[in-house]
Design a protein. Structure first.
Length: 397
């Protein structure tokens, strides 16, 4: 008889026969029969990879309990700043009445209070600053989508609600400095002033330019001056002029689409000055020079399907913090894992996580970021509504 780990022990303890009571007109009762140890499936490994690739272990002690009886909604953005502080963006509007304790009046219970949309954690996991949410300033988006903290400590927020169409730049204390686009207005993928429903942001400190993955309503990367908001340039897949026509459903057997497919979900700059774009539902990463010239592409789990804007295997991009930026981490919200790629070849060399709700498991893992010590932080949306920390634990033998 083969050895069975703790997962198998739990399964044995749960082995039982159950008969569901059904009306006489229903199908015959369903029976769950007991399994022997030899019949139990092997546990799905939480991490696997090639030699020299980091292993990651979930740190269930991070973060510390939130103050003020706060609770998080869908966590749609996460970023580590230059001080290794972790910035989190969540969607208070996705909390159910039951989760927020708001039903009925008087409240159903003392739990809970929606946290402000933007939270800053110190490296130990304590909240040190929080602001934002409905009622903050003249306009706050209905669907907070992602967050980025630039080299000067400014906080950028993209929003993908149907009436949002803006990217906003704030001080660390939540004072609005710049807004790109206009709420409720869009002009398609070749408009130079209006946005669609932007999904991703990154800032180039050398040229002082902000790159926007624009995103849900449009199919492009667009670049602005990071101080004035003046338009610089934009492009679509392969550096082509973007088009907004119907591409039809993604088909893994078809030739690669010549346009980005909604959503264009993320954009990042590597240490070599190349621009990486997460073309989520097309299951690919495309790489460009800063001017929009196409360099190469790589397909990740190309058989992954989607329904509308839901699906795909490439949800975000994060570079390892070693001097060579050897690895790229790519969360797969459909496949419920994070893949590790070798940066220069964009080949998959490892992965961690699996579907589930325990520490180290994932639901819709939406974003990933890495601190200077190699710790990985993930954000989850849909019903999962949480952040997780993963510590590097050596390398695969």
């Amino acid at each position: 008889m083969r050895a069975v780990g703790c997962h198998g022990a739990r399964m044995r303890s749960l082995a039982l026969a159950v008969t569901l009571a059904l009306p006489a007109t229903a199908l015959p009762p369903y029976r769950l029969t007991a399994l022997t140890a030899a019949q139990l499936p092997d546990p799905i490994p939480l991490a696997q990879g090639q030699p020299g690739v980091p292993r990651y272990v979930a740190d269930a002690s991070w973060p510390k309990p939130l103050p003020g009886n706060w609770i998080l909604g869908q966590v749609s953005g996460i970023w580590v700043d230059a001080r290794d502080h972790v910035w989190v963006l969540h969607r208070p509007g996705t909390l159910t009445e039951r989760e927020s304790g708001a039903l009925p009046r008087p409240p159903l219970s003392a739990c809970c209070t929606p946290a402000p949309s933007v939270l800053e954690f110190d490296p130990e996991g304590t909240v040190v600053r929080a602001w934002g949410g409905p009622g903050h300033g003249a306009f706050w988006p209905r669907s907070e989508h992602t967050l980025y903290v630039d080299h000067e400590g400014h906080v950028w927020i993209a929003s993908n609600g149907r009436t949002d169409q803006v990217v906003q730049k704030y001080t660390a204390d939540g004072v609005l400095l710049l807004q790109l686009g206009k709420p409720g207005e869009t002009g398609g993928s070749n408009d130079t002033l209006l946005l669609g429903q932007p999904a991703g942001i990154t800032v180039d400190p050398v040229a002082n330019e902000v790159y926007v993955a624009d995103g849900y309503g449009n199919r492009r990367v667009i670049v602005f001056d990071a101080t004035t908001g003046r338009y610089r340039r934009h492009w679509g897949a392969y550096g082509n002029r973007p088009e907004d026509g119907d591409l039809g459903p993604y088909d893994p057997a078809a030739p690669p689409a010549r346009q980005f497919r909604t959503p264009v979900h993320g954009v990042r700059l590597d240490a070599d000055g190349l621009v990486y774009v997460a073309d989520r539902t097309n299951n690919r990463i495309q790489v460009f020079r800063k001017g929009g010239e196409f360099v190469r592409e790589a397909f990740i789990a190309p058989a992954t399907l989607g329904v509308g804007t839901v699906g795909g295997a490439v949800w975000d991009i994060a570079f390892s913090r070693d001097p060579a930026q050897r690895h790229v981490l790519v969360p797969d919200g459909t496949g419920l894992k994070v893949r590790i790629l070798e940066r220069r070849s964009l080949t998959v060399v490892g992965e961690f996580g699996r579907g589930g709700r325990a520490p180290g498991h994932f639901g819709w893992v939406h974003n990933v970021t890495i601190d200077s010590r190699g710790n990985v932080y993930t954000a989850e949306v849909d019903i999962y509504k949480r952040i997780q920390k993963f510590r590097p634990d050596g390398t695969f033998p």
